[in-house]
Design a protein around this ligand. Structure first.
Ligand SMILES: Cc1cc2nc3c(=O)[nH]c(=O)nc-3n(C[C@H](O)[C@H](O)[C@H](O)COP(=O)(O)OP(=O)(O)OC[C@H]3O[C@@H](n4cnc5c(N)ncnc54)[C@H](O)[C@@H]3O)c2cc1C
Length: 332
C-alpha cells in the first residue's frame, strides 16, 4: 500500500483549508470525507472579525487575531477562484450604541446613524460555492469514505475505511468537525476531541432577496446567498440533533421580521449544522502531542473566518515551525 504524505480526515472548511495550504507548500495530500452537508455547507459565510468581536465583546488581542485571519482571505480567494464579497455589514436595532462603541474601541471601521451601524471590515463568501472551489483546487479528489479507526505504527498511521479498506499515511490531520472521537485515537487526543462541545445551528434559506448585504440584529441575521437570503441562526449548546425544529424556525422568523419585511407564505428551506466549540471559543489547530497527528477542530461560529489561518497554523506545525499559541491544542 502506497503511503500518503498527509491524510486529512474531514472536508469541511478547516480540512480543505489545511489541504490546499499543504499542497501549496508541496506536500502530497489526500482528503477523506463520506460527503453530505456539513456545518461548513450550512453556514452563512460571514468573514466577520468586526461584528463578531463586537457581539462577543472580545479582548483587543482576540479581535486582532480575527482580523489577521480575515486578511488571509483575499489571497486564498484569488488563488482558488472564490468570490469574496467585500460589501458592508450592518447591525440594526437594539444595542446599536454598544456595538458601535465596541467597534470603534477595537479599531474597526464604523458608521453609526439612526440605529444602524455599518462596518466595511466584514466580508462574506457563498459557502456551497466556496467549498466546491476548494475541493476542485485539490490535486487529488476528495475520497468518499468515512474513517472508522486509526492505529499508530512505526513512523506513521493506518486508517481503516468504512468499506473495510485501509490507507497508510505519515501524517494525519483530524478535521472532523463536531463528530465524536474516531476509534483507536491515543487516549489524550481522544479526550481533547471528546471535550469539543457540539453547538447546533439552525438557519433557513428563502429565494426572496431580503438583503443585499449582511444585516444583523438581536436574535438573528439576514445574509445574501445563492440569489436568495439566509435567515440565521440559532446557537444551541450541547445539541447535535440534525432535524430542523419549529420553535427555532419561529424565533428566527420573528428576529428576521424585525430586520426586513417577510412574505409570510414564502417557503423557507430550514437547515441544521453542528459546530464544534472549545471552552475559550477558539479552535484546536496544530500538533496534538502525538507524533504525526495534528488537529484542525472546533472553530465554533467562526470556521469560515478562521479557515485560512487554521490551514497555515496546521501546515506550520507539520513542518516543525512554531504555531499560534492562542490556537495550540494543548493550551487547556
Ligand atoms: C447555521 C450556521 C451558520 C454559520 N455561519 C458562519 C459564518 O457566517 N461565518 C463563519 O465563519 N462560520 C459560520 N459558522 C460556523 C462554521 O460553519 C463552522 O465553524 C465550520 O463550518 C466548521 O468547519 P469544520 O471543517 O470544523 O467542520 P464541518 O464543516 O462539520 O466538517 C467536518 C467534516 O468532517 C467529516 N467527518 C467527520 N467524521 C469523519 C470521519 N470519521 N471520517 C471522514 N470524515 C469525517 C464530516 O463528514 C464533515 O464533512 C456557521 C455555522 C452554522 C451551523
Amino acid at each position: 500500500m502506497a503511503e500518503i504524505d498527509v491524510l486529512v480526515i474531514g472536508a469541511g472548511v478547516l480540512g480543505l483549508c489545511c489541504a490546499v495550504e499543504l499542497e501549496r507548500r508541496g506536500h502530497g495530500v489526500q482528503v477523506v470525507d463520506p460527503g453530505g452537508r456539513n456545518a461548513s455547507w450550512v453556514a452563512a459565510g460571514m468573514i466577520a472579525p468586526a461584528l463578531e468581536s463586537a457581539i462577543e465583546d472580545v479582548t483587543p488581542a482576540r479581535a486582532a487575531l480575527l482580523r489577521r485571519a480575515r486578511d488571509l482571505w483575499p489571497d486564498l480567494a484569488e488563488a482558488k477562484g472564490i468570490e469574496l464579497h467585500r460589501r458592508p455589514a450592518e447591525w440594526r436595532g437594539e444595542g446599536a450604541d454598544v456595538i458601535a462603541d465596541r467597534l470603534a474601541a477595537l479599531g474597526f471601521s464604523v458608521c453609526h446613524e439612526r440605529g444602524r451601524v455599518v462596518t466595511d471590515d466584514d466580508w462574506q463568501v457563498d459557502c456551497p460555492a466556496a467549498l466546491d472551489a476548494l475541493r476542485k483546487a485539490l490535486g487529488r479528489p476528495v475520497m468518499a469514505a468515512k474513517i472508522e479507526a486509526l492505529a499508530a505504527h512505526d513512523g506513521g498511521w493506518s486508517a481503516t475505511l468504512s468499506d473495510g479498506g485501509s490507507l497508510a499515511a505519515r501524517t494525519i490531520i483530524l478535521a472532523t468537525g463536531a463528530a465524536e472521537a474516531i476509534r483507536g485515537l491515543p487516549a489524550r487526543v481522544a479526550a481533547l476531541v471528546s471535550a469539543v462541545e457540539p453547538v447546533r445551528g439552525q438557519i433557513g434559506w428563502t429565494a426572496a432577496a431580503l438583503a443585499d448585504h449582511v444585516v444583523r440584529g438581536p436574535g438573528g441575521y439576514l445574509a445574501p446567498q445563492g440569489g436568495g437570503t439566509l435567515i440565521g441562526a440559532t446557537m444551541d449548546a450541547r445539541r447535535r440533533d440534525q432535524a430542523p425544529d419549529a420553535a427555532s424556525s419561529e424565533a428566527l422568523v420573528a428576529a428576521a421580521a424585525r430586520l426586513a419585511p417577510l412574505d409570510p407564505v414564502a417557503p423557507i428551506d430550514w437547515r441544521v449544522g453542528v459546530r464544534g466549540a472549545t471552552s475559550d471559543g477558539l479552535p484546536l489547530a496544530g500538533p496534538s502531542g502525538e507524533p504525526g497527528l495534528h488537529l484542525a477542530l472546533a472553530p465554533r461560529r467562526n470556521g469560515w473566518l478562521l479557515g485560512p489561518l487554521v490551514g497555515r497554523v496546521v501546515a506550520d506545525g507539520i513542518e516543525g515551525r512554531p504555531g499560534e499559541p492562542a490556537l495550540d491544542p494543548l493550551r487547556f
